[in-house]
Design a protein around this ligand. Structure first.
Ligand SMILES: Nc1nc2c(ncn2[C@@H]2O[C@H](COP(=O)(O)OP(=O)(O)OP(=O)(O)O)[C@@H](O)[C@H]2O)c(=O)[nH]1
Length: 550
């Protein structure tokens, strides 16, 4: 880790040096040109070049540690901007503004650049995110929660059970645990959580309480002590499992994020890329907008960060162009610009973008802003694409995922399996225990699938009690073994209602996506296999083979 950080620091230093070298030579050239303006006829194009240089410096200098240079360039930029916009532009006007004093001020930029070279570099903010490769571990505290700990294991959680809550200080704390404890022990446990988090410079982990007491004042007290939920005993295990899953997803989403960064200033873009990548984000950089639509389709970012001025392109026009595609209507586009004028910002925003980040921006602020924007974007897209009851992809989005995967399979040829799942005798579950309890069973299966499958698999609720799962890079025999286990695990879960305890099973049909020319055909095949499993007694898996079922 230490050597990785040093490597990033070194690369950032290298970018700073490159920026300084390039700027020194550009300032030199510009000063030489300006000195000829008094005798020659400066054109609109000459003035535009001066403006673009100052604009770039005011937006990017701060990022490389040349804060004073950026501020001074911004003052000079504002002095010449009105000239560019004058309808009666003339060389005489230019000579009036770009006078000896202006040239003197411009040469001061070179001095500020030199001073900035000698300043020590700012430290790079480090990664402070929950790694999504590490599963959530449950730390269940107290002898009274033994049964609950076992029930949660059936939901696929990796559970550590400690009989004595008083022994909390001997437990191993890490950023990926969720604590489940009796409400009466919350004071000591919160304190331990806080001290461990401080010691390891991490965020505190969530604590879910269980207890007999409910009501406003006890809930308020628990919230005040830092609990993330209260489950009265005997705990409703499916609801608890769902809350644990939610908390774990929130933590993962708060860290990561996929960012497409479009900026023609290559050093600046590379600097942002390094800083955001180091903070745990997945960043793709484009320095030219050609190929933008293909990159969007392939990379599918959570947000786009886009410079406004990329001569000859305008970020504002590019945003409008992106919105031509209905698929990208809700994709958040954030302008990265040194434009300070709020009116101009609003005018640009009105043309199809969502936010404005004003350059220069400190690395820390950039990370925090981008993280929040990615998180919000994911939440919003989840609302659009996910089923409200289970949080899995809804009918139309799982079908969309299927056609993307089908296209990938056609291109790359890797084996991909599609599963169709259907709860057994579910009508009688509803009839006996009621629809609300039936909903809980549906959610429990969704949670189990989320726990057992990989992040790269696509999970969807296809219809009422029917699910579709797409497993890229997984062949039929592998999927068969996995779903047999899932069926077994699901059958172990027990549910409660006023009618008593009960269990439910699930049947699964599998088909290989590679076999079909049309994506939709695989759904019919998986459905056929599912029907076969229902005929053979349910609670298990059948595979579709083009001629026979096995
Ligand atoms: N609780 C609840 N029930 C649902 C939902 N969507 C569909 N259902 C019910 O799921 C049941 C499906 O029943 P059937 O298609 O007859 O099948 P089954 O009883 O599961 O029998 P097999 O599939 O043959 O094992 C119906 O009673 C639907 O009302 C839902 O969102 N919530």
């Amino acid at each position: 880790m230490a050597s990785e950080v040093t490597a990033i620091d070194n690369r950032l230093m290298l970018l700073k040096t490159r920026f300084a070298d390039r700027t020194a030579s550009q300032l030199d050239d510009m000063l030489r040109n300006l000195r000829t303006w008094h005798t020659g006829e400066p054109t609109h194009g000459n003035l535009l070049a001066l403006y673009q240089l100052l604009h770039r410096l005011s937006g990017s200098s701060g990022t490389f540690g040349f804060v004073a240079l950026g501020r001074h360039a911004s003052v000079l930029e504002l002095r010449i901007k009105p000239l560019l916009e004058r309808p009666d532009f003339s060389a005489a006007h230019v000579r009036h503004i770009v006078n000896a004093d202006f040239i003197g001020q411009l040469s001061q930029l070179a001095d500020l650049l030199q001073q900035g070279r000698e300043a020590p570099p700012a430290s790079v903010p480090r990664k402070a995110v929950v790694s999504d490769t590490q599963d959530t571990e449950l730390l269940v505290l107290g002898e009274a929660l033994t049964e609950l700990a076992t029930a949660l294991t059936h939901y696929g959680f990796n559970t550590r059970h400690c009989l004595q809550s008083a022994d909390i200080s001997r437990q191993h704390w890490h950023e990926n645990i969720t604590i489940i404890a009796l409400a009466r022990h919350l004071v000591e446990i919160s304190e331990w959580n806080r001290s461990q988090a401080r010691r390891l410079q991490q965020k505190e982990v969530p604590i879910l309480c269980t207890g007999e007491e409910d009501g406003f004042s006890s809930r308020y007290r628990l919230a005040d002590l830092g609990a993330s939920g209260l489950f009265t005993l005997p705990a409703d295990v499916p609801r608890l499992a769902e809350r644990i899953e939610q908390l774990s997803q929130e933590r993962q989403q708060a860290g990561g994020g996929k960012v497409l960064l479009l900026d023609d200033d290559e050093e600046l873009a590379e600097h942002y890329r390094l800083v955001l990548t180091n903070a745990g984000m997945d960043v793709r950089v484009m320095s030219h907008p050609k190929g933008l639509l293909d990159t969007l389709a392939e990379f599918r970012p959570d947000i786009v960060l886009m410079d406004i001025h990329m001569p000859p392109f305008s970020g504002v026009t590019l945003s409008r162009m992106i919105r031509f595609e209905p698929e990208w209507l809700s994709l958040p586009i954030i302008y990265l610009s040194s434009e300070q004028d709020r009116d101009q910002q609003l005018r640009a925003l009105a043309q199809g973008a969502d936010e404005f980040i004003t350059k220069p921006i400190s690395d820390r602020l950039l990370i925090r802003t981008v993280r929040i924007l990615c998180y919000r974007a994911r939440q919003l897209s989840k609302l659009v694409s996910c089923d409200g009851l289970t949080g899995l992809l809804n009918h139309s989005h799982i079908k969309q995922a299927l056609s993307h995967e089908h296209a990938r399979v056609q291109r790359l040829g890797h084996s991909t399996t599609v599963a169709m799942l259907d709860l057994d005798h579910f009508k009688s579950v509803n009839d006996t225990h009621g629809h609300t309890v039936g909903d809980r069973v549906i959610k429990a299966l969704a949670n189990l699938l989320q726990k057992r499958l990989r992040n790269t698999d696509h999970l969807g609720r296809y219809g009422g009690e029917e699910f579709v799962v797409i497993l890229p890079e997984c062949d039929l025999p592998q999927a068969n073994v996995m779903f047999e286990e899932i069926c077994h695990q699901f059958a172990e879960l027990s549910f409660n209602s006023s009618e008593g305890e009960f269990r439910v099973t699930v049947s699964v049909g599998l088909a290989n996506l590679n076999q079909f020319i049309q994506a939709e055909q695989v759904l019919n095949a998986a459905d056929e296999a599912l029907y076969d499993r229902k005929q053979r007694g349910r609670n298990g898996v059948s595979c579709y083979a083009s001629s026979t079922l096995s």
